[in-house]
Design a protein around this ligand. Structure first.
Ligand code: ADP
Ligand code: MG
Length: 317
């Protein structure tokens, strides 16, 4: 199978050996691969150029441009190379992030402890701080686009009362967690997928995009929107990590859209019963309906629940 795949991508031949598929998107497939010269493992996002209109192809150049602007940020996936010499495909060569999607780890663990949730969200917000400082809005922050470096961890034994990872040192299997990494097998966290990101001017932008469950009210109501949409999405991700399900959900897309537009969510009992008032307070400031009152990334880093974790966190400042 790998050789079959390999032969479809002429420009990769000399430099890369494709290993396996990591993910799929509307116009792209991501593979893991070895760099034949250095031996380094990479991820290659193969974009089906031949299926795209000229304006869609222009978006790929924009994605590359945004990634180049963020080259020095510690919590965004690094673009190592961009190949556009094939008529049928674009290739984005990315650093390989070993643990894959945060999404799958939430599914595996059911939900995260407060310290693990904080460990993750601080790093996502750090990525967003770099983006926003450069006037870039990501617009598609969700657990599928948040990747992590895997570190060893031992999950709770099956049938144990709660699958929740413990915050208590006594219950933590010592030696299996790297100090300062919050446990849960999640090391360095990196934001991926800049395909929808956009450089915004002061006035904001209007193009509807993103995924409805994590889209901000002003997005689904089709109003002008700004950097605040990323902060809303961070609120959705934090909510989801803490309890194991997203703040806005419905099988019917119209009902879901209405709930988001009205900011209709709640801290459902019993799932939220044991979660601290500080954590809830931060979530509620991020899931603030009015984008002008919603927490900015600077507000986020000043919140007590975040400040409490900054000493032991892994982010670079
Ligand atoms: P799309 O625009 O198609 O959503 P993404 O950039 O989000 O493309 O990549 C799709 C999926 O591929 C991701 O959700 C993830 O599972 C996987 N992936 C992408 N980049 C990497 C990477 N650098 N390392 C590991 N897995 C990756
Ligand atoms: Mg994606």
């Amino acid at each position: 199978r790998p050789h079959e795949t390999q032969s479809k991508f002429p420009s990769l031949h000399a430099k890369f050996h494709i290993l396996n598929k990591l993910g799929d998107g509307a116009f792209s497939t991501v593979y893991s691969a070895n760099n034949l010269q250095t031996g380094a493992k990479v991820a290659i996002k193969v974009v089906r150029r031949h299926e795209m209109s000229p304006s869609q192809q222009a978006c790929v150049y924009k994605e590359v441009c945004v990634m180049n602007m963020l080259a020095r940020a510690p919590h965004t996936v690094n673009l190592l190379d961009f190949i556009d010499s094939d008529p049928d495909f674009f290739y984005l060569v990315l650093e390989h992030v070993s643990g894959g999607e945060l999404f799958n780890r939430i599914v595996d663990l059911t939900y995260f402890s407060e310290s693990l949730s904080r460990h993750v969200i601080i790093q996502v917000a750090d990525a967003v701080r770099h983006l926003h400082a450069k006037g870039i809005v990501h617009r598609d922050i969700k657990p599928e686009n948040i990747l992590f470096e895997a570190i060893p961890f031992i999950p709770a034994p099956p049938g144990s009362e709660s699958r929740r990872l413990s915050d208590e040192p006594g219950k933590k299997p010592e030696g299996h967690f790297r100090p300062g990494f919050g446990g849960g097998g999640i090391g360095l966290v990196k934001l991926a997928d800049f395909g929808l990101s956009k450089v915004v001017t002061g006035v904001g932008t209007h193009t509807p995009c993103g995924t409805v469950g994590y889209a901000a009210p002003e997005v689904v109501r089709d109003e002008l929107y700004t950097k605040a949409v990323d902060m809303w999405a961070i609120g959705c991700v934090l909510y989801t990590m803490l309890c194991g399900f997203p703040p806005f959900y419905d099988d019917d897309i119209h009902v879901l859209t209405r709930k988001v537009a009205r900011g209709e969510y709640s801290f459902l009992s019993p799932w939220w019963d044991d979660i601290s008032p500080d954590a809830r307070d931060l979530v509620s400031h991020l899931l603030e309906l009015d984008p002008r009152k919603r927490y900015t990334v600077d507000d986020f880093f000043r919140h007590p629940w975040i400040v409490a974790g900054l000493n032991s966190s892994t982010i670079s400042r």
